[in-house]
Design a protein. Structure first.
Length: 451
């Protein structure tokens, strides 16, 4: 094991796990962003192709949320078991999560293929952009099992303290994607289909790396047999909060695209293109942020399982500090480098100005969002879904109301204010609730272990 979760000094431990996890998620963002950059620069059809891929983006990410349903659902349970010194239980959890992910991948692939056209139409594809959306979506969905296994099982590498190995698995796929994209899109003339093929091949390579490590080299390896419906249900219960966060986020992006198409009039496709660029920047913000708060859950779950309350509290302080530092940096980048980021996707000056304005609006409350991630993922890491789920649901409810209310009452482009509104109201509840409950939760754990 790279890191001793129960004995290493907390500051060093947090950094050694958070930094590779953050970098891994940052690199994983390249899967979608690189596709969008290359697609947006296709001669003559770049803007329409980007709008089509933009329609697919949130649906694809929502499907990928099933990886977090199992991955982040199972890793706190495994971490607590390891903290208790129960290797057999940890192995049992890993085995059940592997089978569960495979089953979900089959179901999701079949369902997505069956309802492909109505989904894309409902979620913002116009007659002009549908052919591009359909081409990308069909190929990408065919590789769902690779996506779910690479992302979902990667979490179990991180949970055992192998942060650098986990980072390598993500970098492998992302670098391959960057290499293959221009070959398939331009050299072979495949357009958006080439972008999808490049992504699927890259995800398959990453999945092969992850499974090889977990089958042969990890401290706790994948075993076969001993499957339990009770264990799988418990994993799904634990993973529901992170799943809901990702799924609802993407449902809101889908809703935004549909509302922008409805209220945007002749500018509907243009506004969806802008939203695609904005959401690409938000991925750069939220995915590495989730790498910090989610990747370090193994520290919290292990030490919570072992009853080391002082280490849990100290780790949470450092994790929150890193989340604040990262979101502060991205806030600064949005202000100073927003135009340069947008120019990766389009050379249209008007589109650049509108997208920069939207990015600046969405990142107004980047730092409070970082605090929210640290609190919600911290509770999840300790298995406290009764705390994390309501806090997450509150933020989503506010966002939902704002997204639907703003364009109906004002100009469609004002919809981007839904992000800062939900962030502020979310953290206003999360911070006082955290300080009210955390010591009680840790004392309860100590009393259970001491009984």
């Amino acid at each position: 094991m790279e890191n001793d979760l129960g004995r290493e000094p907390i500051p060093r431990l947090v950094l050694r796990i958070a930094i590779p996890s953050m970098l891994a998620q940052f690199v994983s963002v390249l899967y979608s962003i690189v596709d969008r950059i290359f697609v947006g620069n296709i001669p003559q059809f770049g803007d329409l192709s980007l709008a089509g891929v933009g329609v697919c983006g949130p649906i694809v990410t929502m499907i990928g949320a099933f990886a977090f349903l199992v991955g982040i659902g199972g890793t706190p349970l495994m971490g607590i078991a390891l903290g208790e010194g129960n290797r057999e239980k940890a192995s049992h959890i890993l085995a059940n999560c592997f089978v569960l992910l495979c089953g979900i991948a089959v179901i999701v692939t079949g369902t997505a293929m069956l309802f492909k056209e109505p989904m894309l139409r409902l979620f913002g594809a116009s007659d002009t952009t549908y052919p591009y959306a359909e081409s990308y979506f069909t190929i990408y969905i065919s590789g769902t099992i690779f996506s779910l296994l690479s992302v979902g099982m990667y979490q179990f590498i991180i949970a055992q303290g192998y942060a650098k190995v986990g980072m390598c698995s993500v970098i492998l796929g992302a670098v391959l994607n960057i290499i293959l994209d221009p070959i398939f899109i331009y050299a072979l003339g495949m357009g958006v289909r080439g972008a999808a093929f490049a992504t699927v091949i890259s995800q398959a390579t990453s999945a092969a790396f992850v499974l090889t490590f977990l089958l042969k080299k990890a401290n706790i390896t994948i075993s076969f047999g001993g499957y339990s419906l009770k264990t799988m249900v418990r994993v799904l219960q634990m993973g529901f909060t992170p799943f809901a966060i990702i799924a609802v986020d993407n449902i809101m992006i889908i809703a935004m695209n549909a509302l922008l198409q409805k209220y945007g009039g002749a500018q509907g496709d243009t506004l969806i293109t802008i939203n695609t660029i904005v959401q690409s920047f938000m991925l750069v913000l939220t995915m590495p942020l989730g790498g910090i708060s989610g990747g370090t859950q193994c520290i919290l779950s292990y030490n919570y399982g072992a009853g080391h309350s002082d280490r849990v509290m100290k780790a949470q302080r450092y994790i929150a500090g890193l989340c604040i530092a990262y979101t502060g940096l991205l806030l600064l980048m949005a202000r100073l480098g927003g135009s340069a980021f947008v120019s990766l996707f389009t050379s249209d000056p008007s589109l650049n100005a509108q997208a920069c304005r939207a990015i600046n609006i969405c990142t107004l409350t980047a730092v409070p969002l970082g605090i929210q991630y640290a609190i919600v993922d911290g509770f999840t890491g300790m298995g406290q879904i009764q705390m994390s789920l309501p806090l997450s649901s509150w933020r989503k409810a506010v966002y939902f109301i704002a997204v639907f209310s703003i364009p109906a009452l004002s100009d469609a482009s004002m919809i981007f204010y839904a992000q800062p509104i939900s962030d502020i109201l979310a953290v206003s509840l999360s911070i006082p609730l955290y300080f009210l409950m955390i010591k009680r939760i840790l004392k309860n754990r100590e009393s259970i272990l001491g009984a």
